[in-house]
Each structure stands twice: as C-alpha cells, then as structure tokens.
Ligand binder design. Sequence first.
Ligand SMILES: Nc1ncnc2c1ncn2[C@@H]1O[C@H](COP(=O)(O)OP(=O)(O)OP(=O)(O)O)[C@@H](O)[C@H]1O
Length: 447
Amino acid sequence: MSSDNVAVRVSHLTKSYEIYDTPRDRLRQFVWPRVQRLLGLRQRQYYREFRVLQDLSFEIRRGETVAIVGKNGSGKSTLLQIICGTLNPSRGEVQLNGRVAALLELGSGFNPEFSGRENVYMNAAVLGLARHEVDAKLAEILAFADIGAFIDQPVKTYSSGMYVRLAFSVAIHVEPDILVVDEALSVGDIRFQSKCLHAIEAIKQRGAAVLFVTHSPGQVEALCSRAIWLHDGVVKADEQPKTLMRRYINFMTHDMDDAVPAVVAPVACDAQPAPSADWVGLGASGHRSGTLSAVIDRIKVVGPDGAALRVADCETQAVDLFLSVLVHERVPMPLLAVGVFNELNEPLVHFNSENVGAALAALAPGRHTVRVALELPALRPGEYLISVGLDDGVSGQSVVLCHVYDAWPFTVAQPPRRKPQGGYVQIAAGADTIAVLSRNEDEAVST
Ligand SMILES: Nc1ncnc2c1ncn2[C@@H]1O[C@H](COP(=O)(O)OP(=O)(O)OP(=O)(O)O)[C@@H](O)[C@H]1O
C-alpha cells in the first residue's frame, strides 16, 4: 500500500448476487447460455442481479475506530466479510496492512467439535501466533473470557454468549493491527460488553484500526472517531459520529435525514403529583442485568391524560416516565439511560442523563422515584419497547447497576399524518436536572 498509515483500503467494491425466481430458471441459466453461445444466438439471462454493495471506496487509517451503521439488510455484514476475506467481491478490491482479527457471525472461526482450549490454539495459529506465544498469553485469554471449566468442553456445547466471550478474547490478545467486529458484542451480557468496549479502547490506543458494526448510538459516540452509514449498499455518509448518528436516528425515525435534529434538551424532572396509573413491576418479566445494588423494579409511563401509555399516538406526544428505584447501596453518581427501540431492536431514541447534560443527585439507600419527561417522536405504526438503565459513573468508568431492556412495551397504531419539523427527541422543558422526587412508601404494583 502506498501509505503506511492506511490500515484498510476499499476500492470500488461491488458485491452482487444472482436471484432466480424459480429453480427452473437456475437450471435454464446453467444450460441455455452455453447452447445459445454455441449456436451464435444472443444469450438470455434467467436471473436478476441483486447488488448488495455498489462501488464502495474508502480508507481506514491506523488508530481510527470506525463504526458501520445502517438499517437491516444495508450490506454491513457483507462488507465486513469481504474485508476479512471470508467472502469474495464481485468487483473491486480490499487491501489490508497488518494482522486482521475478526469476530464475525456466530459459528465462524471455531471448530465446534474441539474444546475451547484447542480452538484458542488453532485460532491463534491461523492469526499468525506460534504455540509458545499462545502459551504465554493463555492465562490472560482465559481470564478475559471467564467461561470457567467450559474451556475444556467442545465448543458446540457453548451458549452464544460463551462463544463470543472466547472468540473476542482470542481476537484482542493476538494483538491485531486491524480488529473487525460484526455486532457480536450484542450477544454478551452488559458487563462483558463493557469489558469489550474497554478492550477496544486499549487496542485503539495501541494504534490499531477498529471497524465494527453496532446499532448502539452510545457505543458509536463513545468509541468511534468516525462513522460510515451504509444505505442500500452505498455509503450514504462518512463523517464525525455525533452528526452522523443524529442524521441516522432521524432517518430511522422519520425517513428524513436532511434536517439535523435539535440538540437534546436536559431531562426534566419536577415535583409533579404521582400519576394515577398503577406501577408495573419489573420482576421476572423484565430482562434485568447489572450488579443490582440499586434496582429499577417498577415503571409507569403515562400519557397526557395521566393513563398508562399502551397505545401511543403516531404524532409527537409528551409522556412522563416514572421509575421506582430500590437502592441497596448508596449510588454516588447515578447515570440514568432511556432508550426506545423498534421491533428490529433498532434504537430510535437513546440518551442518558450525562450526555444530555443533566446531573442526577446521589441516591441514598431506600426507595426513590425519578420522573423523566420526554417527547416521543412521531413513530411509524408498530410495536416498540422502552428500555431503562441506571449506572454509577463515580469511578470514571460507569458500572452498570440495573438495565432493563424490555421495561415498557407500547404500540403505535395509526399512520402519521404529517412529518415532524426535525428533532428526534425533545425532552420537556422544566428543571434542568433529574432529581430524586421523593422517598415514597410502597404503592400498588400490577404485574
Ligand atoms: N447469499 C446471498 N444471496 C442473496 N442475497 C444475499 C445473500 N447474502 C446476503 N444477501 C442480501 O444482502 C443484503 C445485505 O445483507 P447483510 O447481511 O450484509 O446486511 P446487514 O446490513 O448486515 O443486515 P443486518 O443489520 O440485518 O445484519 C440483504 O438484503 C441480504 O438479503
């Protein structure tokens, strides 16, 4: 490669597939063009060409961490597979400068019949490490993967989370010059994800290039120096992560990307009277993770009428999200996160109290209620989930205390009548901090 600083160069990359309407067309394509060529006739085509990637060109430099975002089916995995050499392009080329470690879809990379330990040696050997080098790193690899005695079991007995733990651990310990990660991190639990993100940060500091697919705006903004938005196989944007993610989320929400949304206003919280709707318990029904030293165990989301929001308007509407938090150990620097996800688990609204500039007071042991006022954007008809999370940011590296992914499902029933005038989320004006409203006694909880 001409420039030593370039780790990955993608030039005029195109990938297309032949799509046959029927098996008979496939057979026809196999036979007839040869016959037609022999007879000197015009050759007919019995398939449609489906272009997954169209003439992509870009470079990634050493030390860059680049997120690839895009809606489902936009070509992200195809691009990463071609970069890693597990899929051939139809046209164009990829040049790589250095050792590539990749974490692609589950099932690739490890032999399911061999034990985890055997796979570590085989995988590291493929990536260019000698046996004695693996011996020297083995303890670190096993400690990071943290899968205990399963390391000597065949990989086919692993859960998807265990698989990713081991594969990621090998990938980062071979000291790659280029690390490629395709959404695999979303399989691990939240604690492991956070460990991986710190490891990626360390790899980036070492000067390696990191390329990863994620649907998490938080990860893109926190980790990446650049983001590439793939849309229908072409690069729709290649720019600074914050601006790109605003455009991307706006597009995913409203099918608009021309208007840059308004800056998210501080989360509001004030001394509102308790809403009449009943609390909903987040016990077994919620997918809860974290240290649980403080637990978000009840939620109510109420519309303007004070009733539980189960069917939202398609129009922008103000809602209040009340969280009841049972704190077991003091939380010195609470960070509250809220996300709204669609059926494909794509985030449409995502913010935390820190990145909207709102400070939350320390939480003492006991029960607390927190109110977050937000304006839901106009959403397409469908099913949605609100997720909530509480972290402690006191150590500088936030500790996940309690994340609940499926805290509040709701439906949008009617098609939108008009598009909103920009802004993917506006949080109701009010006090500029999230505050602890009250220490309240137990109330009725519906489950
Ligand atoms: N072997 C194949 N034959 C035909 N089409 C394919 C093949 N493999 C992938 N595709 C199509 O290529 C397109 C891009 O797929 P790809 O998996 O790269 O998208 P993606 O952006 O990673 O999606 P997701 O976010 O859902 O993982 C999809 O429309 C998919 O159906």
